[in-house]
Structure formats: structure tokens, C-alpha cells
Design a protein around this ligand. Structure first.
Ligand SMILES: [Zn+2]
Ligand SMILES: [Zn+2]
Length: 268
């Protein structure tokens, strides 16, 4: 039977095939890893048997995450604006209950994703809400389930509605994207960054890595590129990739001082 298989380590859903794919290119890439028990696959139907999504407030935004944690364990964020909701980043599990709850909150106008580790079940989410998926063109090769719902954008920024902007920051991935939401943080502005700017355990700081699981740093030139990509935008808050991983305030200074500290450590 033809099914869309899902890699259990990165959560990416693949194009339909009879048998599971031989390998997951996202996990074989040096930024990820193949699970310690070898490459494993699951389907959405199987995942629904013992996982549920939780919708809850995360510093003023509705977060959507899976319990128990699956794959990378990120939570998506629903950015509410007058002209419709943007789903920032994506998760693998989608079920009727989640679709119903999100519809009650106004549905989804478009989905934007920071980088391939969060591509997850983006095509399923797109179909459930009839919403396009906006991905940076530079990471096109990491799309494992091609679909006409995916709209690639190129260049350094893409303007959305209600003043929102997608910014190519690069670093972790060439097309690594962050979202600027000017109405965020009570009008002081917010960045939604996935792990392109990774909120640190000390949440007054962020960091930047080529690979987080494999501890591969980025060169100074890339740190400068990321910092200068977000510098023109006003923001006081950063929403990271996981529940409560946020810089609540003074985030612009947090980026500046974090970039300086990083460069000092790799190139004293
Ligand atoms: Zn994978
Ligand atoms: Zn990542």
C-alpha cells in the first residue's frame, strides 16, 4: 500500500511510496544524525495512536506541540493578525482535533518554516487549511515531499501581510529563515526564529550553530551575517523553537551581545 513514511528522528514526511525509503537525507546530513537504533519510519496514522497535540499559550502566542515529544520536539506558533493567522514552523502530528481547534482560532492563511528540520508534515497541514507553505529557495533540496502547495521565495526578505517579514538569516541552513512580527511583544516587535537564532538555556542569550546535535559551530562571517540580517528590524522579544524557549525582553541587545561573545570565543 502506498503511504507517506515519516522519519522518526527528524519528523519529515516523505512522498508516498509502497515501501519505506532506504534513507533519510536530512538525517544523514552532518547537521543531524541517524537514530541510534538505525533508520526508523512511522506513518501519520500510527503516530496518531499514541500522540496528541497540545495547544497552549506561550508568551502571548498559541503554541502547538506534540505529547509525548516526537522527533525534534519543536512547537509551532500561531501568529494571529487582523488579516489572518500565520503558522510559524510546523510539526509532524496533525489530527482532526487539532484542525478543529485551530479552525476555531481562525484557521491558517499561510505556513512559513524556518529550516528543513521543521518541514515535518507541512503538506498535510497545508491541505487541511488550504494554506500555502512558504520556504526559502536555497533549501529546496531538503524537501522530501514535493507538492504544489509549496511556494519558494528567494532573496533576503519577503514581505507578508500586516507588516510581517520573512528574513533570510542563513547560518544553520543557507535558507535559514526568521519571521519579524512588528505587532509582537505588545507592539515592541518580535522575532520568531526556530533554531536559526537559538534561544539559550540562559534566556537572556541566543546562539548560532551549524549543527546543534553534533556541536558544529559557525564561522565568524556567518555570525555577522545573521546579526546584520535582523539588525534593521525592531524587536524586543524572540520566540525560539521549543516551549518557553523565549527571550522575553531586550532581545535586540541579546542578539548583539550574543554575536559578539560568540565571535570572541571562536576567534579571540
Ligand atoms: Zn530524518
Ligand atoms: Zn535545525
Amino acid at each position: 500500500m502506498t503511504r507517506c513514511h515519516i522519519c522518526t528522528t527528524c519528523g519529515a514526511q516523505f512522498a508516498p511510496t509502497d515501501d519505506p525509503p532506504q534513507r533519510c537525507p536530512i538525517c544523514e546530513d552532518e547537521r543531524q544524525y541517524v537514530g541510534w537504533s538505525g533508520q526508523q519510519w512511522i506513518t501519520l496514522d500510527d503516530l496518531r495512536q499514541n500522540h496528541k497535540n497540545q495547544l497552549r499559550d506561550d508568551l502571548g502566542l498559541v503554541g502547538i506541540g506534540t505529547q509525548p515529544s516526537f522527533a525534534i520536539g519543536q512547537r509551532a506558533l500561531l501568529v494571529h493578525t487582523a488579516q489572518g493567522n500565520l503558522l510559524w514552523d510546523c510539526i509532524t502530528l496533525i489530527d482532526d482535533e487539532t484542525v478543529g481547534e485551530v479552525r476555531k482560532l481562525g484557521g491558517i492563511e499561510a505556513i512559513a518554516i524556518s529550516h528543513p528540520h521543521h518541514y515535518s508534515s507541512m503538506v498535510e497541514w497545508s491541505r487541511a487549511f488550504d494554506a500555502p507553505v512558504l520556504l526559502h529557495d536555497a533549501d529546496r533540496q531538503w524537501v522530501m515531499r514535493a507538492d504544489s502547495c509549496i511556494e519558494f521565495w528567494s532573496g533576503e526578505t519577503k514581505t507578508l501581510w500586516d507588516g510581517m517579514t520573512l528574513i533570510r538569516a542563513g547560518g544553520h541552513f543557507e535558507g535559514g529563515t526568521v519571521l519579524h512580527w512588528p505587532a509582537g511583544a505588545e507592539g515592541r516587535g518580535a522575532l520568531l526564529t526556530g533554531d536559526i537564532l537559538q534561544v539559550a538555556q540562559d534566556r537572556r542569550w541566543v546562539s548560532f550553530m551549524y549543527s546543534f546535535p553534533n556541536y558544529i559551530p559557525l564561522p565568524a562571517a556567518e555570525i555577522e551575517r545573521i546579526a546584520s540580517a535582523v539588525e534593521p528590524f525592531e524587536f524586543d522579544r524572540i520566540y525560539g523553537a521549543w516551549w518557553d524557549r523565549n527571550v522575553a525582553s531586550d532581545a535586540k541587545n541579546a542578539v548583539r551581545r550574543s554575536a559578539e561573545r560568540y565571535k570572541r570565543m571562536i576567534n579571540p
